[in-house]
Design a protein around this ligand. Structure first.
Ligand code: HSE
Length: 317
C-alpha cells in the first residue's frame, strides 16, 4: 500500500533585539514584522533532511549538522523522538549577520513546526534549550538571548542557563522601535572574539545597576527610565568601531529625542526607542541618513514588541 505524504506544518519565529544595552547575553525582546518561516513534515527516513532554503542567497548549509535549524532539530530527535525523521524547508525573512537573531529564528521556527508535526507538546524551556544548540553551531556560543524571546515573545531575561531560568518581563505596549540594518554585516563569532575576557569592576557595577533600573522601569511602565538604563560600558564600546557610522547615528538619534539608541545583538543593526510612533519614524529617517552618509545604506522599519514563535499554517498536504 502506498504511504500518503505527511502534512507540512509551517511555523514563524520573530526577529529579536538582544542585549538591550546592559543585558549582554541575558536580555532580549521579540519584534513583530520580520522573522523566518520553516516548514516541517514527518519523513520515512530517520534524521533530518533540509530539502530547500530560500532567501539566503545560497549562503546557508543544507547539511543539517552545520545548519542552526538542522542542529536544533537533530537535538530534538535525539532527546524526544529518536526513531523519527523530518523533512524541512527554510524561508529566511531575516538578513544573515544582521544582529536580529537570524540564526536563532530559523532554529526556533523549525522547532515549533517539528514539535507540532511530531505531537511532542514541548514547553518553552525545552524548546529554548534545543534552540541554543543551533546558536552553538552558528557562533561557537550557545547564548540564549535571541532564541529565548524568539520562542517566548515579549521581553525575556535569562536569569540562569544551567539550569535554564527565563523570566518574562512586562511588555512595554507603548514602546516604538526604529530598527535599521546598515548594508554591512558583522559576524557574531568575530564580534564575540573581539570582546575582552576581563572587564573593569567599576564598569560592571554601573552595568549591573542599569540592568536593575531597566527591569524596574519595565515593571513601572516608565519608558523614560527604560531609555536611560540602555547604556552599556562593557560591549558596545568595542563593537561600535565595527559598524561604520554607528556613533554618529547614535548621537543624532539621542539629539533628536530618542529614549535610547544601541546595537541590536552583535550588530550592525541599530535600534532607537521612542514612546511615539511619529518620532520613531523620524528616528528611522535619521538612521537611514547617517548610515547612507557613511556608505552603508541599508534597510529599516519601525516596530513594537511582539509575540513568540508560532505555527502559522494549518497542516498542508
Ligand atoms: N548576545 C549576543 C552577542 C547576541 O551580543 O554576542 C548575538 O546576536
Amino acid at each position: 500500500m502506498k504511504r500518503r505524504p505527511q502534512p507540512w506544518i509551517e511555523a514563524f519565529a520573530p526577529a529579536t533585539i538582544s542585549n538591550l544595552g546592559p543585558g549582554f547575553d541575558c536580555l532580549g525582546l521579540a519584534l513583530t514584522k520580520l522573522g523566518d518561516s520553516v516548514r516541517v513534515r514527518r519523513a520515512i527516513a530517520p534524521g533530518v533532511t533540509i530539502s530547500a532554503i530560500e532567501g539566503d542567497q545560497g549562503r546557508l548549509p543544507h547539511d543539517p549538522t552545520a545548519n542552526t535549524a538542522g542542529v536544533a532539530l537533530l537535538a530534538m530527535l535525539d532527546r524526544y523522538a529518536p526513531t523519527a525523521g523530518l523533512e524541512v524547508t527554510i524561508k529566511k525573512g531575516l538578513p544573515l549577520g544582521s544582529g536580529l537573531g537570524s540564526s536563532g529564528a530559523s532554529a526556533c521556527a523549525a522547532l515549533v513546526a517539528a514539535d507540532a508535526a511530531l505531537g511532542l507538546g514541548l514547553g518553552h524551556d525545552q524548546l529554548v534549550e534545543l534552540a541554543r544548540e543551533g546558536e552553538r553551531v552558528a557562533c561557537g556560543a550557545a547564548h540564549p538571548d535571541n532564541v529565548a524571546p524568539s520562542i517566548v515573545g515579549g521581553v525575556v531575561l535569562i536569569a540562569s542557563v544551567a539550569p535554564l531560568r527565563m523570566i518574562s518581563l512586562p511588555r512595554p505596549e507603548k514602546l516604538w522601535i526604529a530598527v535599521y540594518t546598515p548594508g554591512c554585516s558583522v559576524s557574531t563569532a568575530a564580534a564575540r572574539a573581539a570582546l575582552p575576557a576581563r572587564v573593569p569592576l567599576d564598569a560592571c557595577v554601573r552595568n549591573a545597576a542599569r540592568l536593575g533600573m531597566l527591569i524596574d522601569a519595565l515593571h513601572r511602565g516608565d519608558l523614560a527610565a527604560l531609555g536611560e538604563a540602555i547604556v552599556d560600558e562593557l560591549v558596545e564600546p568595542v563593537r561600535a568601531g565595527m559598524i561604520p557610522g554607528y556613533l554618529d547615528a547614535k548621537a543624532a538619534c539621542l539629539e533628536a529625542g530618542a529614549l535610547a539608541c544601541s546595537i541590536s545583538g552583535s550588530g550592525p543593526t541599530t535600534f532607537a526607542f521612542s514612546d511615539d510612533e511619529a518620532r520613531a519614524r523620524a528616528l528611522l529617517e535619521i538612521l537611514e541618513e547617517c548610515f547612507t552618509n557613511h556608505g552603508v545604506a541599508g534597510k529599516g522599519f519601525i516596530d513594537q514588541v511582539g509575540g513568540g514563535a508560532r505555527v502559522s499554517s494549518a497542516p498542508l498536504h
